[in-house]
Design a protein around this ligand. Sequence first.
Ligand code: ATP
Length: 333
Amino acid sequence: MRVSRARLLKFTHDDARNPAMIETERLCKRYGAIDAVADLDLRVAPGQVLALLGPNGAGKTTTMRMIAGFLLPSSGSARVCGHDVVREPMAARRALGYLPEGAPSYDELSVAEFLAFAARVRGLGGVAGSRRMDEMIERLQLQPVLAQTIETLSKGYRRRVCLAQALLHDPPALILDEPTDGLDPNQQREVHALIRGMARDRAIIVSTHALDEVRAVCNRVAILAGGRLRAQGSPAELERQSRYHHAVSFRAPASALAREMLARMPEVDAVEVDPVDARVTVFPREGRDIFGAVVRLLEEQHVRIDELQLERGRLEDVFRRVTEEAADLPRAA
Ligand code: ATP
């Protein structure tokens, strides 16, 4: 869904009863002549898990680093639980858990030492602090590596140690930069379950290149390209923008004649065949419902089909279109 500033403001107003825990307003970061991030308005309320998507260099990490207080904005503002990240940095940081890109830079510490250090920095001491550490160790399954130094950990364990550190103080707002980068499929599933479990009363931003991850954990999507917000909505809203929305697909040794007949139907826009798996996709003209008519025609033509599907739409398709359009636009303001 394309966004205009008027629409975003309306969104802010409509959600007054569910105030944002993470919010940016006209947030900008310039590097020389390049707008790494430009005029970015985002709001994430409790219960929302926002996927921040975009091609390499879109401005995702820069945005997250500004919200986390690790990078000063050139202009605009960011707030965490109402605290401006520049004017009230300590309060904003207390309310936020941040999983940065990469690994913790305390290579020579053991995992246990690193987590104890992170707990102290967060002001978590005594029984409550050690209970919370035990909980994180348990949830992220870190017991086998507690005594190991961070430099000797596999990539997946490093990521999980980092995640434990971000969640230690049980913050109401979370920013997770590629949380499952380097994790095997089982660990990815665990982390997805962890994020879903935390989502109910927290505001969470997840940056990822994995669109399966978006479907697994996110209920909002923002697509950045060239530093600007290009599309925003729920996954279903964005999928409806895809040319695959309400397309009918099936696998069949469909005859060229049947395909031609499908293509000639007035409500059909195009028919495509995937050469790898022989899946035929019939695309509707905008707003048309073709399912019944396609199935009827296939029956009349006695075409045997498998795996008949009415498509919801594809995020990949919207992502490609939005980012390709943006690639043609200049980056600097
Ligand atoms: P990726 O998916 O590759 O992680 P990203 O969406 O996180 O990319 P950013 O790392 O935020 O993108 O970078 C946004 C833009 O800002 C890029 O063009 C990048 O080269 C530029 N950039 C980032 N940091 C700096 C810096 N310190 N100096 C100059 N340019 C920078």
